[in-house]
Design a protein around this ligand. Structure first.
Ligand code: PLP
Length: 381
């Protein structure tokens, strides 16, 4: 049984954000959202939708026209075959994940969650009847799960395995062979697989493999969002795709919890899918350029852990400071005016690592990492 929301701490990233926003001069490398404006054609379509009176409830599952476009996107980008009734549009990816947990988890169940991981999994599970069991992601494996370590954590109570690739906070993109092994493990042990694919289109090299493309009509719930690919975090539009039976259960949960995602934001999402790709490709190219800069600097300054292959984050090793990452983050902010997300916010495994967001300007990344290096140098001198 989870601790419950009363006992559960807020995200450790928020803690840093709350201090950093009071420091106008601070270099902000802790934030996990695109630093780009939403592409113009999406804004235009959304405003037009409001003016045209698209301000009423939609179907709980989301506009049929949006789900039909998503059928095409899932087929072409993710190789997932689905019909519109298998898709539920949600309030961000976070809404899809919450509904997936609620649909599956019962008292006594265990859910396998990565460590380090996005803190919201822990928060969402704090009000579920299930227990969270962590499995480690290690820098020496490029933060790709070790299937044997996963297997060792499976008990008769294990019902769900959660994976996140491309990954926040590590930037890992799981290779096809790892996804195949994970799917086989779930099949062997009759587990449900919740696959958080909120960064599916932010990949720098290699490919993103959706588990649902390998296990058709299987026990996979795939969660996606418009937030990251299209810089639409405030729109709060995500979607979740799964088999017909689970899609219906999720639909009932959404009916109870949100009625529907915001109607005009769904029209913006349609424009995102139908509009030009250039803005998305431009953002991707910028993240890739920044990734290259950060990767080189971290190597040069002895803070490198693994090269990010997707999402927009890099993990830096700050063990040279002799501090845990939370203490490091607060002192760094206080003394050098640089905000980073401490590894402690993501679990226990990354206690001496910090997350750097590539959704920051190249200039800020260069200066922020330089100051991190000098801060560590002063500690180890
Ligand atoms: N999953 C991961 C790993 C994330 O990092 C985020 C957002 O930061 C989400 C899901 C949810 O995104 P949203 O609710 O904005 O769509």
């Amino acid at each position: 049984m989870a601790a419950g929301p009363r006992e559960t701490a807020h995200s450790g990233i928020r803690e840093v954000v709350n201090v950093a926003i009071t420091m106008p001069e601070a270099i902000r490398l802790e934030v996990g959202q695109p630093d780009f404006d939403t592409p113009e054609h999406i804004t235009e379509a959304t405003v037009r939708a409001v003016r045209d009176g698209m301000t009423k409830y939609t179907e709980t599952a989301g506009l049929k026209s949006l789900r039909e476009l998503l059928v095409q996107k899932l087929a072409s980008v993710n190789q997932i075959a689905a019909d519109p009734s298998q898709i539920n549009v949600t309030v961000g990816g976070v809404g899809g994940l919450a509904a997936a947990f609620l649909a599956l988890l019962e008292p006594g169940d265990e859910v396998l969650v990565p460590d380090p991981a996005w803190p919201n999994y822990r928060l969402e599970l704090s009000y579920s009847p299930a227990a969270m069991v962590n499995y480690p992601l290690r820098a020496e494996r490029d933060f790709v799960p070790d299937v044997e370590e996963l297997r060792n954590r499976i008990t008769p109570q294990t019902k769900v395995l959660l994976i996140n690739s491309p990954c926040n906070p590590t930037g890992a993109v799981f290779p096809r062979s790892a996804v195949e092994e994970i799917v086989a493990l779930c099949q062997e042990h009759d587990l449900y697989l919740i696959s958080d694919e909120c960064y599916d289109e932010i990949v720098f090299e290699g490919e993103h493999v959706s588990p649902a493309s390998l296990w058709r009509d299987g026990h996979v719930i795939s969660v996606f969002t418009f937030s990251k690919t299209y810089a639409m975090t405030g729109y709060r539009v995500g979607y979740v795709v799964t088999n017909h039976e689970l899609a219906d259960v999720i639909n009932k949960i959404l009916e109870a919890n949100m009625s529907c995602a915001t109607s005009f934001a769904q029209k913006g999402a349609e424009a995102a899918l139908q509009g030009p790709r250039e803005p998305v490709l431009k953002m991707l190219a910028a993240y890739r350029r920044r990734r290259d800069v950060v990767d080189e600097l971290l190597r040069e300054y002895d803070m490198w852990t693994s090269t990010p292959r997707g999402a927009f984050y890099a993990m830096a090793d700050v063990s040279g400071s002799g501090m845990d990452s939370r203490t490091f983050a607060f002192q760094l902010l206080d003394e050098k005016g640089v905000a980073v997300a401490p590894g402690t916010a993501f679990g226990t495994a990354a206690w001496d690592l910090v997350r750097i967001s590539l959704a920051s300007s190249e200039e800020d990344l260069r200066e922020g990492i330089r100051r991190m290096k000098s801060f560590i140098g002063e500690r180890s001198a």
